[in-house]
Design a protein around this ligand. Sequence first.
Ligand code: 5GP
Ligand code: MG
Length: 460
Amino acid sequence: MCGIVGVFNHPEASRIAYLGLYALQHRGQEAAGIVSVSEGRLQTHRRMGLVGDIFDEPVLDKLPGNMAIGHVRYSTSGASAAKNIQPLVFDYSHGGIAVSHNGNLVNAQVLRSEYEAHGSIFQSTTDTEVIVHLIASQHEKDLLSRIIASLKRVEGAYSLVFLTETKMIVARDPRGWRPLVLGKLGDSYIVASETCALDLVGATYEREVEPGEILVFSKEGMSSHRPFLDPPKKAFCIFEHVYFARPDSEIFGREVYETRKGFGRSLAKEHPVEADMVVPVPDSGVPAALGYSEESGIPFQMGLIRNHYVGRTFIEPTDQIRHFGVKIKLNPAKSLVKGKRLILVDDSIVRGTTSRKIVDMLREAGAKEIHFRISSPPTRWPCFFGIDTPNRSELIAAQQEPEEIRKFINCDSLAYLSVENLFYFNKNHDEWFCDACFSGNFPIPLPDFPDITKVKSDKK
Ligand code: 5GP
Ligand code: MG
């Protein structure tokens, strides 16, 4: 889970990158960074924390130049240490290079061990650094050829933006796991994980960076390269549409908001129930709840109100007997839900712990019945391609059947959208999407994770 941005040929490149990251903050709240180029040198600012806290005018003044790349991080690979904050920046025999990466490689450990055996010293614990070691050790003269040779050795998910003193280079893996879009702002080019970043800076959305495509931005302008012969099936991450992307973005050529409403409509058809109102778990459950309500004709109500100002700085009084838990974030609208039969809609259940507390809270507020409806299938498998799902042992649906989960969550009924109805918009989804978190069908082998295949074959 990360967001990336790249800005080429703009006099205030770092400020545009900053705004792009601001729009992508939902993709990672742990750390952020920007690297710009001025007077032939890479300038870097990276910190733990939120974009708005890390950058201010004086900091951005120290990031001049007309090219910049940025990153927001939600640790997926590598511990959450300062040395892992991206963009990673290196000096090597050809000069400086910085890189922002969204996605996760599945053979980085194997490659890293190979390099370490030959004496390489790694500075971080991220999978991304492997790409830089690969680039540095290629013999081709030009950077593009070195990047191509390197990317042919890595397996897994990557949307990448590189920056050197003279070029910005952008790459998306041949399966297109993570989104990456191209925009234009006057004579400048912007690349970003999601279109919502283009909207904020006033750029027009041109197109996706295609799976397997590499774009080079230099003083000659933009050039496109497609070095992967025999393009494989695509593996667009369906969880981007279910949960991760912002609903105002267009991802893999589809509007996220519309897709989520469609999940809700499918859910209402697949799992109808009599009730007085449809209530979303905000914010992630809202579009699906609207779709459920439209399809079923049962009124939509904001039965749960969210505090939008919850931050990391919240301190629970230590002498308090009870933890505030989910109450910090959500509170029922009591007069609304009292005595009522609710259809509670959320996008997914991961551990089940939040869902359980929400149901408790609604019961305390006097709800008569709570029918929980989930706008995606049970999350049974961890993601190895960049979504921060917990281990199998912590995923409730990997351990329990829906009826047991219902008992744990203490709702009156529980139903999930089926994989078939999740893909209501694409009957050939096997050719286009990765749904491994739901189906266990991992599109490629996982060299760094030999155990998962064992777990998988044990599954009933
Ligand atoms: P649970 O009941 O499993 O504890 O929490 C379910 C909630 O977690 C849902 O509202 C869902 O939107 C949210 N969720 C799903 N995936 C993720 C994730 O990867 N990270 C975070 N922080 N929340 C998630
Ligand atoms: Mg949620």
